[in-house]
Design a protein around this ligand. Structure first.
Ligand SMILES: [Zn+2]
Length: 213
C-alpha cells in the first residue's frame, strides 16, 4: 500500500529579504514595505564583554619568557583558563539558541526568503571584520536557514554575492561606484533618498525574493 505524502503548504506571510549587518544582527525587508531589525541577544553582548576581560586576565597571569611564550602555568592561570572555557561554551549556547529561534520563526512566517550568499570563509581573511562575523554567527545563521525550510515548503533564494545590494539605491536603482564598510548611512546622489545601509541592502535583497516568488 502506498501513501501519498502531500506537499507541504508554504506559510501565508510576506516574502522577506534579509541583510545580515554589522550594527544589528539582521535587517529584514518585507513585501509591502515593512522593515524589521533584529538585534543579537543582550546576554550575548554581556558575555562577550566578560570574554574580553578574561582574555586580558589570562594573558597577565601567565608568566612569560623574553619571547612572550608561556613559562609556567600558575594556579590562577589555570583557574582563569577554565573560566574562559566555560564562558566560551555559554556564548556558543546563547548564540545557537538565538539563531535556532530566529530561523524557526522566519520559516514559519515567510514563504520565500532571500539572503545574500556571503562567502564567510573569504571574509574571514579580513581581520577585524572576521572577529565580528565569528561573534554574530552569520555562517550558522545561513546554515540553519538552509536546513529548515525543506519540510515547510519555504523557498530560500540565494542572491549572488557579486550583486551590488549595498551600493544600489533601492529607490531609483542608481549604483554608487563604491561604499566603504564604515559608511552606515548615505544619500542617493540621483534621487535624494536617504538610506540606512543595512535596510537599503535588505530592500534590494527582497527584490530577488519577489522575483522568485
Ligand atoms: Zn536613488
Amino acid at each position: 500500500m502506498e501513501e501519498e505524502i502531500p506537499d507541504p503548504i508554504p506559510p501565508k506571510g510576506a516574502a522577506a529579504g534579509i541583510d545580515v549587518g554589522l550594527t544589528s544582527f539582521a535587517a529584514i525587508a518585507l513585501e509591502r514595505g515593512t522593515l524589521r531589525k533584529v538585534r543579537a541577544p543582550k546576554p550575548l553582548g554581556k558575555a562577550l564583554r566578560r570574554l574580553r576581560r578574561l582574555h586580558g586576565r589570562l594573558f597577565r597571569r601567565g608568566e612569560r619568557d623574553g619571547q612572550g611564550r608561556l613559562k609556567t602555568r600558575t594556579k590562577n592561570y589555570e583557574k582563569t583558563r577554565l573560566q574562559l572555557a566555560r564562558l566560551h561554551r555559554r556564548i556558543r549556547n546563547i548564540r545557537l539558541d538565538f539563531l535556532h529561534k530566529l530561523t524557526t520563526e522566519l520559516v514559519r512566517v515567510h514563504p520565500v526568503i532571500a539572503i545574500e550568499a556571503l562567502d564567510v570563509r573569504n571574509m574571514l581573511k579580513n581581520g577585524r571584520l572576521a572577529r565580528h562575523i565569528a561573534d554574530v554567527g552569520w555562517g550558522t545563521f545561513r546554515a540553519l536557514l538552509d536546513a529548515k525550510p525543506k519540510l515547510r515548503g519555504v523557498r530560500i533564494v540565494k542572491v549572488d554575492r557579486y550583486e551590488p545590494t549595498s551600493k544600489k539605491c533601492s529607490f531609483c536603482g542608481h549604483i554608487l561606484p563604491e561604499l566603504p564598510l564604515f559608511v552606515r548611512a548615505w544619500t542617493c546622489p540621483v534621487c535624494g533618498a536617504h538610506h540606512d545601509r543595512d535596510e537599503n541592502a535588505a530592500k534590494n535583497v527582497l527584490r530577488f525574493a519577489l522575483a522568485a516568488g
